[in-house]
Design a protein around this ligand. Sequence first.
Ligand SMILES: *Cc1c(COP(=O)(O)O)cnc(C)c1O
Length: 412
Amino acid sequence: MKGYYGEFGGVFIPEILMSTIEELTKAFEEAKEDKEFWEEYERILGNYSCRPTPLTYAENLTKYFGGPKIYIKREDLNHTGSHKLNNVIGQGLLVKRMGKKRVIAETGAGQHGVATATMAAKFGFECTIYMGEVDVERQRPNVFWMEQLGAKVVPVKTGNRTLKDAINEALRDWATNMDTTHYVLGTACGPHPFPEMVMYFQSVIGKEAKSQIIEAEGRLPHRVYACVGGGSNAIGIFSGFLEDDEVELIGVEAGGYGLETKKHAARLASKDASIGVAQGYKTYFLQDDCGQMLETHSVAAGLDYIGVSPILAYLKEKGRVRFEVATDREVVEALRLTIKTEGLIPALESTHAFACAYREIKQMSKDKIIIINQSGRGDKDIFTVADALKDELWEKFIIKKAEVYNANKLHK
Ligand SMILES: *Cc1c(COP(=O)(O)O)cnc(C)c1O
């Protein structure tokens, strides 16, 4: 059935949104058949951003570990600092095709909000960004730039005032203003056609990575590592290798304070999530027995989400993608090593992929090749990382947080 990946995916939306979802699906299907659409997409990303992004041979890290050759796909070099621009430029071109003039989006850490506001400024759309009130406080610089870019930022005061509440509010706006408005969903989640459409736009990462590694090494990599929030950068790079059974694909989720503390965002790599329907689609959610969403935690705001792409849920069940976690602590250590050894500053989100690769590299021989997807740059994380590194009693810090959490749970 269309829009389903095994039992996952679907279109679970209020009746009232059905016509706009159908309009979007039709526009997307037509655009896919139109060679000029993809050419314009590539032209804008090549000239306004910097595609193709390089595939960097990490010589120093390779020497440091003494194992497989490490290559890094440099999505951090995109305009606005992450892979998110690939998706918003693609959706922006669809908005033009549909003749709409207004875009809305949800944002957690603010990266998708800034990317969407940038696209709106470039294409001349009116723009509203929904952001949980807690995140508005935590991410002042991104709020400032969104406003400078001409977007209206609406702080969401419902629920626990973070990402999932912002998504609910954006869906509400869309249902009210669908004739004029397109909802720019930021990841490969939500109702069909979003997962397929976001994968389509992000597949540019995998296409490039495949031809670049063949050009550099004359063969395919043995493994590809990517971090998984909603799943868009992962499915983007994986899509280039899905048909190549010899390439092992590894998705890395947020292990937070450790799986045993339950303070994490591991939907596919832990046994804490279960299948459910929310926010328009069916997938694994971190939810309680009544279907209420649990609180997630990650040092990386972009991975801190209750659901996950239905496409990745399906690829897990099929056994095509292996899912692992990296804890906050492993991530901060991997970040420090990457900066000092290679002079690269990956985003905390991306560093989950690095941390998992570093852990597994020790079992791999020198004749192997791996690719790590650096989904974004880490400049935005300066305060979070500085806080973590300053804490010399890191061990205690982790235990303290876990204790606080457990104590809170007892009170409830
Ligand atoms: C938003 C974000 C992510 C998480 O989103 P996915 O859809 O899982 O890719 C990962 N890395 C960076 C740099 C991000 O900004």
